[in-house]
Design a protein. Sequence first.
Length: 485
Amino acid sequence: MNFSETDIETLRHAILQRETTTRAVVESSINAAEKLNDTLNAFLQIDRAGALRRADEIDASGDAKQSLAGVPIAIKDNICVRGLQTSCGSRILGPYHAPYNATAIERLNAAGAIIIGKTNCDEFAMGSSNENSAFGPVRNPWDTERVPGGSSGGSAAAVASGIVPVALGSETGGSVRQPASLCGIVGLKPTYGRVSRYGLVAFGSSLDQIGIFGRNARDVAEVLKVIAGRDEHDSTTADVPVPDYTSEIGGDIKGARIGVPRDLFGEGLDEEVRASVENAIEAYRDLGAEIVEVELPHAKYCIAVYYIIATAEASSNLARYDGVRYGFRAEESNELRSMYRRTRDEGFGAEVKRRIMLGTYVLSSGYYDAYYRKAQQVRTLIREDFLKAFEKCDAIATPTTPTPAFKIGEKTDDPLAMYLNDIYTCTANLASIPGISIPCGLSNDGLPIGFQLMGTYWSESNLLRLAHAFEQAQPFTERPRITAH
Ligand code: GLN
């Protein structure tokens, strides 16, 4: 079966009709993962034995009725899967193997999904290019000289190249939407509190959220339906009913109001990206949507605010990696403090150290008021901008990224240029609202371009419905150079 073109519904139909077996589906996915890993470096661990065992169980039970039964899925390596490694793309976790499942993983297992492996990512999800992984960069399947985006680059590359139909990533400031855009696939960041963070390794706890990659909105909806909802292990999950996201897809979108914040279409935005996103907005007009102008006056501060709040939270969360509790410990330390110091010095990469130092600085006495408190105040203003804008519209459209995929090495010496990649995405994390990236075209160099829709709290259904309507009107049928089949 050719996964590069297969959606979940077709795959499930083939299994239910016994046109194929779950084992055959999973085997073909694993073969593709193994074959492409030399080129893409998308997987840090492939679980052939475990995945085939689960596939056989489903085949033997003769009951493949659960909504994701037999669907291969890849999981970012900062989400705990019992028995598999959780490296977070870092050396400091050394040989850590998770003794428990994240709640999202428990729910995927219960729905019959089959985890085929753990995907490469920027160290502790800090990055926009996957070059900060301790295990080497992931390559973009559209052009292997280019980055796939980050930090969930391995999951994005695995879906884009057709190894798996869907994958989980995580978002703190755009790590699902940005790589989705650079790899020509759909990526959703749900509302903060929609999906449990239990078992997701913490980066910025007030921003983190598990997200979903797929090649179309419907497949993303299938997965969201399974993993969303209240979880007693995560007190920040909300007790808001989980809609049937797939059945709410479809129908026309006449009268939907799409807000466009023109001020954000200015400096630094690549011309081809601008044209492609404008074209997507016009497609909505043709579908009967009403296009309205909105303003997000404080959005221009989002990078500054994000890189204060995210680093502050990271400096606190990453204090636990001390050589005692998990994974790696530096050798030849005969005294506690030098053991901590050497473990952290050898175990963390440069970007993680930069964030810990920045975060410690903005929280330190004397600087707290000027940086951290101020950033929290501006965060509130950003959130209020959105709530005001959503009085006038149902979703806000922007580019997902300022440019298509850049070259490996192009921005590694310039952290600020790298951080500017998040300019369209990190506002949604700061405001706790959902956002989705949808492919809308190719650049002259043959690189995918994506646009973003953001909605108010709990409006994932609406975003998925709008994304689906666009896919019907302007199907994105291009495929990357490197594919699985
Ligand atoms: N690129 C952003 C960062 O480096 C976002 C990362 C993320 O969403 N995990 O922090």
